[in-house]
Design a protein around this ligand. Sequence first.
Ligand code: SAM
Length: 345
Amino acid sequence: MARYAILILPAFNRVYGESAVRLTRSELAVFNGTALGGKAGDIAETMIGGVPYVTFEASELDASDIAFLSNLSSMYALFAMEGELLRPLAVHPLDKFASDLITIQKYAGKTNEHFTRLLLNITALSTDRPSGLLDRKLSVLDPMCGRGTTLNQALMYGYDATGIDLDGKDFDAYATFLRTWLKNRRLKHSAEITPIRRDRTQLGRRLHVTLGRTKELYKAGRVDQVTMINADTLRSRELLKAHSFDLLVTDAPYGVQHGSRGAGSALSRSPLQLLQAAIPLWRDLLRPGGAMGISWNTYVARRDELAKIMEASGLDVLDSADYRAFEHRVDQAITRDILIARVPA
Ligand SMILES: C[S@@+](CC[C@H](N)C(=O)[O-])C[C@H]1O[C@@H](n2cnc3c(N)ncnc32)[C@H](O)[C@@H]1O
């Protein structure tokens, strides 16, 4: 058996404080139970030279194992442990663009970007086809996307991304951000905003962006797509095609105000009521075998309440010990947890 050590990104450590190492262990456990076929054992926190690492043992890691692990949300570096020494192993994250796509936007209420990556990862690994994380252009929906942290992370992985948010200011801010970023990065793209009408009334607005990672790919029509819709997520079934997404990933409203964000009657519905109404609609947007990952504030809804809503909507909740190890403190009003469920194939 060889032993390996993961050094955690300093930024990840700062944000989650004491939870960082534990969340990394939990994320690794889900990677292990899905993509690695359970070959990692003895996942532990180990101090090496006064710095915390997540360590594990495994028979030799092959290129495919390392390709998966390269995308751990907290990964800074991966080492093989050889006696007292650490031998670096080359990692190859999926990242298709510069990291400023994810880090430039800063605003009250932004979901931490490392946490967003963690949620996207474990949701993708929980579909009926975990290898899709690496080898498919997944189609991702965040039905309460704010200013697009999930959309940007999905784009970063080379996936297609769709978001919905009721807040018009978020929609405008995201449209401005994405267009400016594409221009500054000199990436070929088209972007348009169009009204969405039904029966002569306006349901919302749609931003649709098509971009090429290179000029050649753009010309050849091998593009990535980002769509953001400014509308109520409770109308998502009228706005999007059934069974058209592999993954649905969202950080639900916390039930506390962040700065100036989110007035308006629909926004003041309790988070649990909103999820109760939305989850059955969202379920229909996922393909059979697709997965839903929701993070929420446990002060406004208990885990078993939310799990029951998911089950009642015909989803299989993944609730083994590995999936129950993600609860962490965000601030004094928010303790966040994650629930993952799959649409029966
Ligand atoms: C925790 S925030 C998500 C933040 C986002 N992940 C980001 O990083 O920008 C929850 C979002 O849910 C949105 N929301 C609340 N009720 C909604 C509804 N009925 N339909 C669509 N979006 C809604 C809010 O506007 C807010 O942006």
